[in-house]
Design a protein. Structure first.
Ligand SMILES: [Zn+2]
Length: 641
């Protein structure tokens, strides 16, 4: 476990704006920052980050919390891992104790896979730089392709020896289990035993957006590409790698993408690497297929502007046309640039400086609709083919979400083709309403299926039944909110004590005292633990409940606190004022009364049920029921129920 002192150090250094910016482009909005929410399908920025409160919150889906919560959720990591992530970012040393065998066992599969991948990346690099074969073959290959040493280092390129099980043996010698060598795809289990997937290839590691090694690409050297073997071999999909979710170069390029507010899409690793070497860093590649929805959303978090950069041959044109409607539908602004004379981004960037390349792109990149029109309609004289092609373009325009942009495209198209705008508009509206109908049909189908499923499982159709139990847990949460946010605040001043003195009664103390007098407690054990801790610390100088709890080393406590400390209204001053119009005191008093009322109501129900089933304890249950019932009725009267 990481000690409290180190946690404090890490959290003091942490700035949530920095942390979220690693994954989302944020723009200043008043005192806060805003960006697209990474947790739901967000089209308008609804993710708020507050630097003063050091919390973030999505106004649409409700996800959020502290920097720690954000990392845990976004990166699917544990609390200690999130702390380590931050420690690494802010260069804070954590004294890690040696893991016992038991603790090693407990590390999850995912963690083990990341660890073995990280080790393998370093192993491949080490071979490239120090092994005689690695230097002679691998290093020589990169040099012959004109890739500078600093770029080799930046992309952590490596080399896998041609001996069929070199990595396998080295990994096992270093203590890594075969299970994870297979699961990550580094090795393959065949009839003749375990062998390395990338033997004899140069290695391109794939990083996910946060910098973890999720996969590898291995390329055969030029001299050996003839024959049956594949030129490129990539990691198979695994628990930590989904091909359609990752983009090569995003990790190395994300800062530049946000800064330039534009991303270049290219086809291969070597295009990405060559462009970096030339000085253009806002570039990504995927693995040769059309962009998936996941990849588009990932990019959309950093910029809405994408320029497709391909070579001008048939394949390049095909690549540029593929999947673009999905880009448009996701709200991306798409431009296309086909490079001249058989150049690809790799070769073009070698012949030009970054400034020249950029200027060329600015001058020649075409809006996608314009590009598609030129390519598919102009110079086509066959009326049937021409009309089909126009339909294809109108279809592309129809998926654009932004109505103003859609209209603009249509006007341009009408001018370019000399077709009445009205005609195009009618055709487009037909497509839009057809789409909408299809979506509605699909939605209805899903609803119907869900209803059938609920009936099968015997669940009630109506949702939102308010049972006593639900009321209790809702009130518990509201009380807990008061304890987390305002626990240390004074509710009553100068309350007389039994020994003749006076004390100030804080919110937490009041709640603790009031529930205690009825013998009530929270049904959630963590809530009771939090209340007791806050009460125990009240009176300490500068004690602030929220701050103390959010930095608690017990993750259960800190995550409950963080979840309660933030809600959509936390960031809005006007709501806070409204909530407290009646004052904190009335608010808490009312909550406690309500809570007691429902707890007693539940107890009365329980006792009545017990009475029905009891055999010999009749009298004592009756007495208890009478006692609880009288308190309950008195409370009900007080509350006007
Ligand atoms: Zn959201």
């Amino acid at each position: 476990m990481i000690d409290r002192e180190t946690i404090d150090k890490i959290l003091d250094a942490t700035n949530i704006v920095d942390v979220v910016s690693e994954f989302v482009t944020l723009k200043k909005s008043g005192v806060n920052y805003k960006g697209l929410c990474p947790f739901h399908d967000d089209k308008t920025p609804s993710f708020m980050v507050s630097p003063t409160k050091q919390i973030c919150k999505c106004f649409s889906c409700g996800e959020g919390g502290t920097a720690i919560n954000f990392l845990m959720k976004h990166e699917q990591i544990t609390y200690p891992e999130a702390l380590r992530w931050l420690a690494k970012k802010y260069n804070i040393e954590i004294q890690e104790k040696e893991l016992t065998d038991e603790e090693k066992q407990e590390q999850s599969d995912r963690e083990s896979m990341f660890i073995v991948n990280e080790w393998a990346m370093n192993y491949f690099k080490d071979v490239l730089n120090h092994d005689p074969d690695g230097v002679a073959i691998g290093r020589q290959y990169f040099r012959s392709r004109g890739i500078r040493d600093d770029i080799v280092e930046k992309f952590n390129l490596g080399f896998s020896l041609s001996k069929r099980d070199a990595l396998d043996l080295a990994a096992k010698k270093a203590g890594y289990k075969e299970e994870f060598l297979i699961k990550t795809g580094l090795c393959i289990k065949g009839e003749k035993g375990v062998y390395d997937r990338y033997a004899g290839r140069v290695i391109f590691p794939w990083f996910n957006v946060s910098g973890k090694v999720v996969a590898f690409g291995g390329r055969l050297l030029d001299a050996r590409t003839k024959g049956v073997q594949q030129k490129y071999v990539n990691s198979p999909d695994s628990e930590i790698y989904h091909k359609e979710r990752e983009l090569y170069g995003l990790y190395q390029g994300k800062k530049a993408i946000a800064k330039e507010d534009c991303v270049y899409m290219v086809e291969g690793y070597t295009d990405v690497i060559a462009m970096h070497q030339c000085g253009l860093e806002n570039v990504v590649a995927n693995s040769g297929t059309a962009l998936s929805k996941h990849q588009i959303k990932l990019l959309r978090r950093f910029t809405p502007n994408i320029i497709l950069l391909y070579d001008g041959d048939e394949a390049g044109i095909h690549a540029a046309m593929r999947g673009t409607d999905m880009l448009l539908a996701e709200g991306m602004k798409v431009k296309v640039l086909l490079l001249p004379d058989g150049d690809d981004p790799d070769s073009f960037s070698r012949k030009h400086t970054a400034a020249e390349f950029k200027a060329y792109i600015e001058e020649h990149a075409e809006d996608f609709i314009e590009f598609k029109t030129k390519l598919t309609v102009e110079n086509v004289s066959d009326p049937v083919k021409r009309s089909e092609a126009i339909g294809g373009i109108v279809k592309s325009i129809s998926v654009v979400d932004d109505q103003l942009l859609r209209d603009e495209y249509l006007t341009q198209l009408s001018r370019r083709l000399g077709i009445k705008e009205e005609t195009l508009l009618n055709s487009m509206n037909g497509m839009i309403s057809h789409d909408r109908e299809e979506k509605e049909k699909e939605y209805n189908r899903e609803q119907a299926q869900e209803a059938i499923q609920r009936e099968k499982e015997g669940k009630p159709m109506a949702i939102g039944l308010h049972t006593t139990n639900e009321q209790i847990s809702q009130l518990e949460e509201m009380l807990m909110k008061a304890i987390v946010r305002d626990g240390e605040k004074v509710m009553y001043e100068n309350v007389a004590t039994a020994d003749g003195g006076t004390i100030n009664l804080s919110v937490a103390q009041f709640i603790d005292y009031d529930l205690g007098s009825d013998g009530l407690s929270f049904s959630n054990p963590v809530y009771n633990k939090i209340l007791q801790e806050v009460v125990a610390h009240i009176g300490e100088e500068d004690f602030k409940s929220e701050e103390y709890l959010m930095r608690h080393p017990d993750y259960e406590v800190s995550s409950v606190a963080a979840n309660l400390a933030v809600d959509p209204y936390q960031l809005s001053k006007s709501f806070q004022m409204k909530e407290r119009e009646g004052g904190l005191r009335q608010h808490v008093e009312h909550l406690v009364l309500d809570f007691r009322y429902f707890c007693l109501k539940e107890k009365v129900e329980e006792l009545k049920a017990a009475l029905k089933n009891c055999k010999d304890d009749y009298m004592s249950i009756m007495q208890e029921l009478a006692r609880v019932d009288s308190i309950y009725k008195a409370l009900a009267k007080k509350l006007g129920r």
